[in-house]
Design a protein around this ligand. Structure first.
Ligand code: FAD
Length: 386
């Protein structure tokens, strides 16, 4: 007997940003019914936010700040949310002071003697344009002793400790690309991002994602792991016991899809310690990084992101930790050789399934910012579904 589930031609696993956006496109553009299967009790995935018992909105899996240079991404999401103006600022707690991060001219003057800072500023501006972002790698081996000093100073004070804690490895064991990205910003602009479009959804990410999924053609099954309904076997997909001839878009972990046949893909995980502080404000900006001290990497104070006039505040301390399957959650892919090898094997295996599309941070095993996720979902729809 046909169950109502087997009537769907389009099934999406995962109700995060990627899954809901692809489902919305199928529902609206193709005017087809689509089923989202989500293992959690709520939609939202990693972007999930909620109102904490203190009344302040918080982000369960770490601070999410929306920023993009892509007009089409901003306009697409703006159909589902209004935005609150928000420009992210990050400070580092370095040598007993709060200083702006990324390292800019304000940081330079805060940490080094004024005369020396002035000399460095003019040397940098002789070489580069005001406002540019120069990776420290560019002058780590410079002929000029002052510039060499500066590059190594930034490396030690800001980069080395933070990166070691974040990844649980020495930076030299990670990848030269990471170092290539550590910038000095040649201006006094303290904003963390300089994209044209920046903000946070007025009623939160969860509401925005729920709005994306409210099209009449979208059906959602919560609290359901895909394995309760979907089976993959030898190039064929089965849905609720019957062979599935439609299209499956999978946004969960690729290793889970194939029962960890080639092992668990390595990730870095995070643990959060939440605290209500009985002060109006705890720290000067939403995010303070601790590159040199403590076990945690950063503290987020959510009131700066979602202002509320109350005499207390909520902060989250963030502790990076090893990812252990079943114990904590996979946050950031760890780019080890073995991990990449296993991922490629999974990817190869996925090619056997002609009606399977892998999409999103877990299925594609890569870090995507939210705007990349939106863009990727739109592109996959255009290229593989339309
Ligand atoms: C700590 C952290 C901070 C971040 N901060 C920012 C930021 O400031 N700005 C920014 O732009 N981006 C940020 N991001 C990135 C952002 O979180 C991602 O771009 C986005 O969440 C990716 O969405 P997704 O749908 O691919 O994955 P997810 O959000 O992980 O969604 C996957 C969904 O699938 C479900 N699922 C998984 N497996 C199964 C299964 N087998 N069966 C059923 N359901 C399943 C999950 O429960 C989840 O709901 C951050 C990421 C992290 C880790």
């Amino acid at each position: 007997m046909m169950s109502w589930i087997t009537e769907f031609e389009y099934v999406v696993v995962g109700g995060g940003l990627a899954g809901t956006i692809i489902a919305e496109h199928i529902a609206r553009v193709l005017n087809k019914k689509v089923l989202i299967i989500e293992r959690n009790l709520v939609l939202g995935g990693h972007c999930y936010d909620y109102v904490h018992e203190s009344g302040i909105r918080v982000h369960k899996y770490g601070p999410h700040l929306f920023h993009t240079p892509f007009k089409e991404v901003w306009e697409y999401l703006s159909q589902f949310t209004e935005w609150d103006y928000y420009q992210h600022r990050v400070m580092g707690w370095i040598d007993g002071k709060y200083v702006p991060i990324p390292f800019n001219f304000n940081t330079l003057y805060a940490l080094l003697p004024t005369e020396f800072a002035r000399r460095l500023e003019s040397k940098l501006l002789e070489k580069y344009d005001y406002g540019s972002r120069i990776p420290i790698k560019e002058f780590m081996d410079a002929d000029d002793e002052d510039l060499r000093f500066l590059a190594n100073f930034v490396y030690e004070k800001i980069f080395y400790g933070y990166t070691s804690k974040q990844w649980g490895r020495k930076p030299e064991e990670i990848s030269a690309d990471v170092l290539a990205r550590v910038p000095i910003v040649l201006s006094r602009d303290d904003r963390y991002f300089n994209d044209q479009y920046q903000g946070v959804p007025k009623r939160g990410y969860t509401t925005m994602i729920r709005n994306i999924a409210t099209h009449k053609n979208i059906f959602v099954l919560l609290n359901t792991h895909h394995k309760e309904l979907i089976k993959l076997d030898n190039g064929r997909i089965y849905l609720d016991g019957q062979e599935f001839k439609g299209l499956l878009i999978y946004t969960g972990s690729i290793d889970d899809l194939f029962d960890y046949k080639f092992g668990h893909l390595p990730y870095r995980s995070l643990r959060f310690r939440w605290q209500v502080v009985h002060e109006k404000q705890f720290q000067p900006v939403a995010q303070v990084n601790f590159p040199l001290e403590y076990e945690y990497t950063r503290i987020t104070e959510y009131k700066h992101i979602h202002p509320l006039d109350v005499p207390y505040t909520v902060v989250a301390y963030e502790f990076p930790e090893e990812y252990e399957y079943g114990k904590n959650l996979p946050f950031y892919p760890l780019f080890t050789e073995g991990g990449q090898e296993a991922y490629l094997k999974y990817q190869e295996l996925a090619k056997k399934y002609k009606n399977l599309i892998l999409l999103g941070r877990l299925a594609e095993y890569r870090y995507y910012d939210m705007d990349d996720t939106v863009k990727r979902s739109m592109e996959i729809f255009e290229e593989k579904i339309l």
